[in-house]
Every structure is written in structure tokens, then in C-alpha cells.
Ligand binder design. Structure first.
Ligand code: ADP
Ligand code: MG
Length: 624
């Protein structure tokens, strides 16, 4: 069969281009990526061979070989791992199957200084070879098959695939180095890069013509903590996590006793691009007695810790453990709960001892951790303790629920919160004004998940959570800072009553109720949800996702101290008020919707009414 030429998936082409341009300053990482792939391939075959020993019988010792030719400017990285079939070559090296890739690539600007950070979140993998290569050739023969295949590309949009020869199973990647990159065929340089980036991958790396392996080739997690340097931990993190950043936290622990296992887990310092992708899984690899088993078993780590990367190595599971067995294994259940406990303890320590560093963590992963508050009843209290929030008094800092409860006002019996899309939007909410005026702290919740855990938890430290955009404000019992002018600022009760009756009559079903409230100081009107309805932000979210057809009518609250409301209240008792105030009634409601950031149900009608009222107002001024 002759050679066939195929195109890269569009995202691959773009990504490749950006990788090559933005990662040039860290070009030697290409070797780490290729070695990492070779090591993964060996790991996978070793596991497969547990049940199909014939696959490795002819060549049982796994290793990675480098051979360099300075004259020819080539570097070959060979492994005797699992190999790839023709289809796998096309699939693995021509597309990016990870979901969210399109969205990720769209974020890349082409400005390399900005893209570097983003690329790091993605993990560049195989394509990094093109940073130093003008052509890459991959010859691979899948374990158990006889036919080998060669994949070739210059990285510019197309690759070709053809039948090839390979004596035994595995993959060889030949990097044809650019003229400027021949240093990567220099044995000294290679030795140094391997030592720096790949010392602790557990498979020996050999340089052609030398007997000594280049790396330590021992599993790092098997060493005592005191014998491991920070750099070694970091190197292993980069290897196991496909990461560029520094680990924010490293947890290395061994459990001995009823069940024995070692864990070496990392919390990244950078948020991965796909953290909120529904398909995103943790990146914790399961080993049994130093043999890689799987990195695809979701049950190992709960979803709310899916930012973890690293290794868990069990002494108690059988080597040929199957997926089914994993699912029912009490060993796994116990490891999982021990992992959660351990991570929780470490996070708590950080939160208490290094609050500033903890803030970084919380900004990255707080929203994920909060999922645990409603998913994991057992850990709920622990999670609530380490949860952090912005509030109306926090400024740029974060507050804990204990902070909040500790400074609650006298007479305050609830933990107040408001939820919405953005901090800026929330800070400007009319519903907050009365709380701010009374010095009552309100939590500002901007993660989608907040809508779910708050109703689940209902209370903290025996104080109920209460939304400031739902139900009555009940602010009367809390002392106000500006009590003074209060009484004479307000229209009489009968005037207000008339205005309310008139608004209700005019607005009809468009509102659930109209009432006065202490909730505002500067604004004239706002909307709140009825006590028995969904919180407004949740309702909007559900509607956006198509899970709710209509927003339920809300309560329109009016601020009796606002000059506009005062004037309207006076006007409402005069003759012909109901006709004269019709447009105004609808404008008040639309105004409250706008403050919520909601689209108006009838913008044209709004515009007509506004023009009418403005005209009247100007006419009145001219007449004076
Ligand atoms: P990642 O390693 O994060 O999956 P890469 O871009 O490094 O991403 O590699 C893409 C895929 O190509 C791998 O997931 C693997 O399936 C395949 N692959 C790459 N190199 C090898 C190799 N040496 N042996 C077998 N498969 C490989
Ligand atoms: Mg890889």
C-alpha cells in the first residue's frame, strides 16, 4: 500500500503553530514530553501483559532508548511499549480528542507571551517535538501485531501515513532537528536534560552506545520524604501531571497497617483549562506494587478533588485488578476516603497558617471544592470550614464562615448572601443597600455551584443562610446607622398604600406583589423572589439552560424614602392618578429588571414609555 496524506484536525494545526511559537524559550521540554509518552506506553503494556503475558514474552525488559546523530541532525526516542496501529497513529497524532479543545484553542490569542501560560494549562505533549524539528517521523508497531506503520509530518497542516518495517513492538520517534537545534543531538546536552526532567520516571532511559542508564529510573514515591528534594518533587510533578507550573502543594504520605499504600499527590498552582468541562477527570494514576494500573478509574478520587495530580500506589490490590474489581473493592473505598481526609487536613493547615497562599488555591479551585459541600455529606463540615468567600466588607480578601459568624451584628440571626454572575454586578445590587447601611455583612456568591450547596446546607453554626434577594428583608430589627431623618422622609402610610394598590392594579400578573421595604437606601425599586419561589439568580440560570420556561413573577419592592417614590405616593392620591401613572408603573418594573441585568420582555414598549415620560417632564420644565 502506498503513502497516504491526511490533514490535521483544524485545532491541531492552530495549536501546533502556537506551541512552536510560544514555547520556544522552553524548547528542551519536547524531550520530556516524548520520554513521558514512551514511559506511558511501557506502563500500559506492562498492565496489559498481566493478563496477556504473551505480549511481552519476547522482550520483557521495558526501556527507552535515545540515539543521536549530530551529522544527520537526528534524535530518535524509541520504546518497547504498547505501540500504535495505523488508526491509532491517525487518531492520536492527528486529532485532539480531549473535549473542550476547541474552546481552549479559541482562547489563544497568537500573542506568545499570553499564550505561554494558557498552553501550560493544556499540556502540549507530542506536538512539542515541532518546536525543534522541521520533520518528525513516528514508526510504530503495536504489541501483538506484525505490521508497523510510519507517520510523518513537517507540522504544517498535513501528515502522511505508510506501511513500514519495525523488528519488534513499540514506537520510535525520529526528530529531524532544525539547523539551529543540533544541540539536541549532543549526548552531553541530552544527558543533562534527562537528568533534569525525567530522572524519576520508573523506566530506564539508555543512550545508544552507553551501558549506564541516564536516569535514576526509580519510582520517586517509594523514597522516604527526607531523601527527596523539592526539585525532585517538582520534576516528578511535571512528568506525572503533564504540567508546566509549580505544584502549589505536595502531599507525600505512606500508610502502613491494615491497608498499605503510598500517595504522592499534587495540587497545581494554575487552574487547568478544562476544570469545568463535564468530562474532566482527576489525573491521579493508580499503581499496584509499583506497576501502573490505570489513570482512568474515576472512583479513586471524588470529583470535587479533580484538580489533584499524582500517584497512588497500593500494596493490597492484586496486580491483575480489573475495572469491575476496582468498583467493588473495599481497599479502594478505604484508600479513597483516606485520600480525601488527608487532602482536607493539608488544606485546612494551609488555610490557617498561610492564608495568602490559600487564597491562590481558593481562587483556582474553590468552585470545585464547593461541589463537595453538597455531594459529600460526610465531609460537609470540613469543607465548610475551609470554604472562603468574598463579602460586602471583605474587599480583596476572603472570609471564612467562622469570620462571618464571629462578626454578625446584634439582632442578626442569619448569614446573608447574594448570588449572581459577577462581583462587580453584585456589589451594585439595590437589594444590598439597606444591609450595607446597617453594616450587615453579605456574602457575594458568584459560582454556579453556590446555588446548589446553599439550599443543601441551609445553615452553618446554627445560623440559617438567607438570600437578600428573596423573601422579606426583616431589617427593621437591626439598628441603622442613619436613624435620624427617617420618619419625616417617608410619605404617609395612606399615600404609600394608595400607590401600592395602584401599582398592583396596573402591573397585574407581571408581579407577585408590591410592597415597601427597608432593603434599599439609594435605589427606588428592586425585585426580590417570593419566599416560596426559586432564588432569582438560580431561576435565571435554569432558564438560560432551558430547564425553566418562564421566570415566576417576582415581588416589586419600593423604597418609601426615595424622592421618586415619595412624589409618586403623593400623586397617587390625586384625581386621574391611575391613568397618569400607568407608564410610570411599568417603567419602575422595567427599571428593577435592568438593575438585575435581565433582558426586558418588551424593549420597544419600554422605549416608548420612557420617551413619553421624558417628553412630559421636559414640557413641564419648559412651562415653568
Ligand atoms: P498525552 O500524552 O497527554 O495523551 P500526547 O500529545 O503526548 O498527549 O500524546 C497523544 C497520544 O499519542 C497519547 O495519549 C498516546 O495515545 C499516543 N502516543 C504518543 N506517543 C506514544 C508512544 N511512544 N507510544 C504509544 N502511544 C503514544
Ligand atoms: Mg504525552
Amino acid at each position: 500500500m502506498s503513502e497516504e496524506t491526511l490533514s490535521f484536525q483544524a485545532e491541531v494545526s492552530r495549536l501546533l503553530h502556537i506551541v512552536v511559537n510560544s514555547l520556544y524559550s522552553e524548547k528542551e521540554i519536547f524531550l520530556r514530553e516524548l520520554v513521558s509518552n514512551a514511559s506511558d506506553a511501557c506502563d500500559r503494556l506492562r498492565y496489559l501483559a498481566l493478563t496477556k503475558p504473551a505480549l511481552t514474552e519476547d522482550d520483557p525488559e521495558f526501556c527507552i532508548r535515545l540515539s543521536a546523530d549530530q551529522k544527520a541532525r537526528t534524535l530518535v526516542i524509541s520504546d518497547n511499549g504498547i505501540g500504535m496501529s495505523r488508526d491509532e497513529l491517525i487518531e492520536n497524532l492527528g486529532t485532539i480528542a480531549r473535549s473542550g479543545t476547541q474552546a481552549f484553542v479559541d482562547q489563544l490569542s497568537g500573542d506568545s507571551s499570553k499564550d505561554v501560560a494558557l498552553i501550560g494549562q493544556f499540556g502540549v505533549g507530542f506536538y512539542s517535538a515541532f518546536i525543534v524539528a522541521d520533520r518528525v517521523e513516528v514508526t510504530s508497531r503495536k504489541a501483538g501485531e506484525n505490521q508497523a506503520w510510519r507517520w510523518t509530518s513537517d507540522g504544517s497542516g498535513e501528515f502522511s501515513i505508510a506501511e513500514a518495517e519495525r523488528d519488534s513492538r513499540g514506537t520510535s520517534v525520529t526528530v529531524h532537528l532544525k539547523k539551529t537545534e543540533k544541540e539536541f543531538a549532543d549526548p552531553e546536552r541530552l544527558r543533562h536534560i534527562i537528568k533534569t526532567y525525567s530522572d524519576h520516571i520508573p523506566i530506564p532511559i539508555l543512550l545508544e552506545g552507553e551501558d549506564e542508564k541516564l536516569n535514576a529510573a526509580t519510582a520517586l514515591w517509594t523514597f522516604p520524604r527526607k531523601d527527596i528534594s523539592e526539585d525532585q518533587y517538582k520534576e516528578f510533578y511535571h512528568h506525572v501531571g503533564h504540567a508546566f507550573d509549580e505544584p502549589w502543594m505536595t502531599i507525600h504520605a505512606r500508610a502502613e497497617g491494615k491497608i498499605e499504600y503510598t500517595l504522592l499527590l499534587y495540587v497545581p498552582s494554575v487552574r487547568p483549562f478544562d476544570l469545568f468541562n463535564p468530562d474532566r477527570r482527576h489525573q491521579v494514576k493508580l499503581y499496584v506494587k509499583r506497576v501502573f494500573i490505570t489513570d482512568e478509574y474515576e472512583g479513586l478520587v471524588p470529583p470535587y478533588l479533580r484538580f489533584l495530580k499524582g500517584v497512588i500506589d497500593s500494596e493490597d490490590l492484586p496486580l491483575n485488578v480489573s475495572r469491575e474489581l476496582l468498583q467493588t473493592s473495599p481497599v479502594i473505598t478505604r484508600i479513597k476516603s483516606a485520600v480525601v481526609r488527608r487532602v482536607m487536613t493539608e488544606l485546612k493547615k494551609k488555610a490557617e497558617k498561610q492564608p495568602e497562599e490559600y487564597t491562590t488555591f481558593w481562587e483556582n479551585f474553590g468552585a470545585v471544592l464547593k461541589e463537595g459541600i453538597y455531594e459529600d455529606a460526610e465531609r460537609r463540615e470540613d469543607l465548610l470550614k475551609i470554604a472562603r468567600f468574598r463579602s460586602t466588607v471583605s474587599g480583596d480578601d476572603l472570609v471564612s464562615l467562622d469570620d462571618y459568624v464571629g462578626r454578625m451584628k446584634e439582632g442578626q440571626d442569619a448569614i446573608y448572601y447574594i448570588s449572581g454572575e459577577s462581583l462587580e454586578g453584585l456589589r451594585r445590587s439595590p437589594q444590598l443597600e439597606g444591609f450595607i447601611a446597617r453594616g450587615v455583612e453579605v456574602l457575594l456568591l458568584t459560582d454556579a455551584v453556590d446555588e446548589f450547596w446553599v439550599p443543601t446546607v441551609q445553615q452553618y453554626s446554627e445560623k440559617p443562610f438567607r438570600s437578600v434577594t428573596q423573601g422579606a428583608a426583616d431589617l427593621e430589627k437591626l439598628p441603622s446607622d442613619d436613624e435620624s431623618a427617617e420618619e419625616d422622609d417617608q410619605p404617609s402610610d395612606s399615600q404609600t398604600g394608595t400607590l401600592i394598590a395602584l401599582l398592583k392594579q396596573t402591573l397585574g400578573d407581571a408581579v407577585k406583589d408590591v410592597r415597601t421595604s427597608e432593603r434599599m437606601t439609594d435605589s427606588a425599586v428592586c425585585l426580590v423572589a417570593d419566599e416560596h419561589d426559586l432564588d432569582m439568580h438560580l431561576a435565571r440560570m435554569l432558564k438560560q439552560q432551558g430547564q425553566l420556561n418562564e421566570l415566576a413573577p417576582r415581588v416589586l419592592e419600593i423604597n418609601p424614602k426615595h424622592p421618586l417614590i415619595r412624589s409618586l405616593a403623593e400623586r397617587s392620591t390625586q384625581k386621574g392618578a391611575s391613568d397618569a401613572l400607568e407608564d410610570t408603573a411599568f417603567l419602575l418594573l422595567d427599571q428593577a429588571r435592568i438593575a438585575e441585568g435581565e433582558p426586558l420582555p418588551d424593549p420597544a414598549e419600554f422605549s416608548r414609555r420612557l420617551a413619553g415620560v421624558m417628553t412630559k417632564c421636559i414640557d413641564a420644565t419648559n412651562a415653568d
